[in-house]
Design a protein around this ligand. Structure first.
Ligand SMILES: C[S@@+](CC[C@H](N)C(=O)[O-])C[C@H]1O[C@@H](n2cnc3c(N)ncnc32)[C@H](O)[C@@H]1O
Length: 444
């Protein structure tokens, strides 16, 4: 790496300059600046004009914090801070603190205790830690109010499912990553390709006494919960995270492929969940018909999500993508599906489409394409924040099912394993976005 070592002064100067540039931009465009208060805008605008500056600011802040903490405090405090920050967010979520404090009002500790069913002294301890992360605030002694972050969860309830996915399902599994690596990957040239050997599977969250892969776990509803509970919550989590990225996946899908060039056409959205992508796209492209294929458990959520006016163009078909495809479509679309599967299984999913691709259809993926982090001179080419997000997604895949976020070369290798005639025609990427559109054709 050729980067010179940053100093307190150089990082502070970057912070001052970027903060100034962002403030000037907001003022010039009459955009209110986010604050910690409940009525704050949820985000800074993620426009191309200031996205780079926002990343510069956040990256410098992160480096500054590491530098100030130094090696010993940095190493010693991070395990305790990170562990309890996650645990407190989990408690707020599981005991629905979000609705125990009224939006636009305040609640006393005893009122919160009543609504969450927790003893008041515990509520005080939980909130004392939460306040430090700008999760709720004590506006006046004994009165708790929402902050921007907690109001966001209260106003976008699907976010609760995203938090639950990460903190109730993935977090306990992360504890088993080292065990999974030790048992199935250590001493080999590549990591295990078996979802049943992943950290999630061996964590066996339901205590069944055997490894359980993530998708089977989702099908097993906990006692006392309605049918499809876990599958629904997972679908909600996917919808929540789709809606919150800086560059909305809807936009990426809309702009990353020339859908209008298809004319009247059928798109199969494999693993399309409750249809949120198909529904959003159907609104933009009135000539396209969408068939969402997913596991039968998701059908009910799809039906409740589908606007009546789109019912003639967007439909659901229960379909297991490990079985041969049964619909001739113009485009087979998959969004963040193949990243869930190690190559061995991802290849089977694509292989099941081959008979139809040969007839001239397209395979369009909306997936992460892990970029190189450094150029040939060793200089960082993508922001630290984006690298952190990409590598967290990659590890989420490793923990969840022994799969991965692929680089372009990994995508090419995967397709070559299925059929050498499959060719990536184009990859459309968008600055600041973690997902790209991979447009794949079949050479006859
Ligand atoms: C990571 S989610 C992506 C959902 C959606 N495409 C999105 O971007 O929000 C993966 C989807 O694959 C579905 N899935 C898992 N195993 C499947 C299978 N064997 N056949 C069909 N769909 C499956 C899940 O139900 C889930 O909806």
């Amino acid at each position: 790496m050729t980067e010179t070592q940053p100093t307190l002064k150089s990082l502070a100067a970057t912070i001052a300059q970027s903060a100034e540039a962002i403030t000037v931009y907001l003022n010039a465009n009459n955009i209110p600046a986010p604050s910690f208060a409940e009525d704050s805008p949820f985000d800074y605008p993620k426009t191309p004009e200031i996205l780079g500056t926002l990343f510069q600011l956040i990256d410098a802040l992160s480096d500054l914090q590491h530098l100030i903490l130094g090696a010993s405090d940095g190493i010693n405090f991070s395990p305790i801070f990170e562990s309890h920050d996650s645990e407190i967010l989990d408690v707020l979520n599981q005991f629905d603190f979000w609705n125990a404090v009224p939006l636009g009002g305040s609640a006393s500790y005893s009122e919160i205790a009543r609504k969450t069913t927790l003893p008041e002294p515990l509520v005080r301890r939980v909130l004392r830690h939460a306040f430090l992360s700008k999760l709720f605030a004590e506006a006046s002694p004994g009165q708790v109010v929402h902050t921007a972050k907690t109001a966001y969860v209260a106003k976008t309830p699907r976010t609760r499912s995203w938090i639950a996915l990460n903190l109730e399902q993935i977090r306990p599994a992360t504890v088993y990553l080292a065990k999974s690596l030790r048992e199935y990957s250590a001493g080999k040239n590549s990591h295990s390709q078996e979802p049943l050997e992943s950290a999630f599977a061996i964590a066996d969250l339901d205590r069944t006494g055997r490894p359980v892969d993530f998708w089977t776990f989702l099908k097993n509803d906990p006692d006392g919960k309605p049918k499809g509970y876990r599958a629904n919550r997972f679908a909600e989590a996917m919808q929540a995270i789709s809606a919150s990225s800086s560059i909305k996946p809807d936009e990426i899908v809309k702009l990353g492929f020339d859908w209008n060039s298809l004319g009247e056409a059928t798109v199969v959205d494999l693993g399309g969940s409750r249809g949120h992508d198909a529904i959003a796209q159907a609104k933009h492209f009135p000539k396209l018909k969408y068939i969402v294929q997913d596991l039968p458990e998701v059908e009910e959520a799809f039906n409740s999500n589908l606007p009546k006016e789109l019912a003639h163009r967007v439909s659901f078909q229960p379909h297991d993508f490990f079985q041969p495809q049964n619909i001739q479509a113009d485009v087979y679309f998959m969004k963040v599906v193949l990243h869930d599967w190690p190559d061995k299984y991802a290849a089977q999913i694509v292989n099941n489409l081959l008979p139809y691709l040969k007839k001239g259809s397209r395979l369009v993926l909306c997936e992460g394409v892990q970029p190189e982090s450094y150029d040939v001179h060793g200089n960082a080419i993508i922001p630290l924040f984006v690298r952190r997000l990409l590598s967290s997604m990659d590890l989420q895949m490793l923990v969840g099912a022994n799969c991965l976020e692929r680089r372009l070369t990994d995508w090419k290798d995967l397709l070559a394993q299925v059929d050498k005639k499959l060719e990536i025609r184009n990859v459309a990427s968008f600055p600041g976005a973690v997902l790209s559109i991979i447009n794949i054709g079949y050479n006859t």
